[in-house]
Ligand binder design. Structure first.
Ligand code: ZN
Length: 282
């Protein structure tokens, strides 16, 4: 049982590149892609470097966090037009204060294969409330089922995992579920191997999972995930530093490191096609 919970596929690793996010700015790292053409180019470069999934946020013309549909449409169509087979994962949060409709419309209309589902409300970075009220989560889950979009359930602490299990029981999230274990965000669990193992050991048995750490625990969590048979997420959404004191050059720089790490320990990168099979995407 223990083993089952730990395994997705022992040899294949799905690398997700989280390209932009809602929080980091070009002041934090000038290499952050924020405008549609930059995000499209970064997505393609990450695919070339080995990412099977790209997680996408949008910004407005001034680089502010946004859930503007036209920006999502431009980016999604721009990537699809190239024929790149990378799996698209659209955010359903995008920052703070967006309406339910703004949060749902991009995945509902553009039908990416994955979209994020944040399984609870938290004090985000000790500054604002990241609001995911029960009525919103129920609506979001139902709309994902209706659109044929698989939720990537983002978990920042153990309470959110329990909430996700509740929605699985209610049929608002279908099994097998896929989790993104997000560690190191102030307000959530710290990015440590101990915390990762605790969450992994409490996942529903037939689920798949990926993880990332923010800040100083980022590499520890990545290595622990490789050891445990999990998948990994990297990118400028989560970390502007490549190593302590060294700003990242690009998203693909993180992907290339993940690829090297995985290959050195005998795990090879899943292609998008292989990732679709592992995640049960149509
Ligand atoms: Zn995100």
């Amino acid at each position: 049982m223990f083993e089952t919970r730990r395994m997705n596929d022992k040899n294949k690793v799905i690398v997700t590149a989280a390209l932009t996010g809602a929080v980091t700015t070009k002041k934090d790292n000038p290499n952050l892609p924020t405008q549609p053409e930059e995000i499209i180019a970064s997505a393609l470069a990450c695919y070339e470097a080995g990412a099977a999934v790209v997680h996408i946020h949008v910004r407005d013309e001034e680089d502010n966090a946004s859930m503007r549909y036209d920006r999502f449409e431009e980016i999604v169509n721009g990537i699809r037009k190239t024929g790149c087979p990378v799996i698209l994962n659209l955010t359903s949060s995008g920052g703070q204060g967006f309406s339910w409709e703004e949060r749902i419309k991009p995945f509902k209309e553009l039908k990416p294969e994955l979209a994020s589902f944040d399984a609870g409300t938290m004090n985000w970075l000790n500054s604002v409330v990241f609001m995911n009220e029960p009525e919103f989560l129920e609506l979001c889950g139902k709309e994902m089922i209706a659109a044929g979009v698989k939720p990537e359930i983002e978990i920042f602490d153990m309470g959110m995992l329990n909430t996700a299990k509740y929605y699985i029981k209610k049929g608002i999230i279908q099994e097998p579920a896929h989790f993104q274990l997000c560690l190191g965000a102030p307000g959530g669990m710290e990015a440590t191997t101990e915390n990762l193992l605790y969450l992994v050991n409490h996942l529903p048995e037939n689920s798949t999972w990926s993880t990332f750490g923010i800040g100083k625990g980022a590499n520890e969590v990545m290595l622990a995930s490789l050891a445990l048979g999990g998948n990994i997420r990297v990118g400028l959404e989560d970390n502007v530093y490549y190593n302590a004191g060294q700003k990242a050059e690009s998203n693909e720089q993180f992907v290339r490191r993940a690829a090297r790490m995985a290959e050195e320990v005998g795990r090879s990168l899943a292609t998008p096609e292989e990732a679709r099979a592992i995640l049960g995407l149509k």
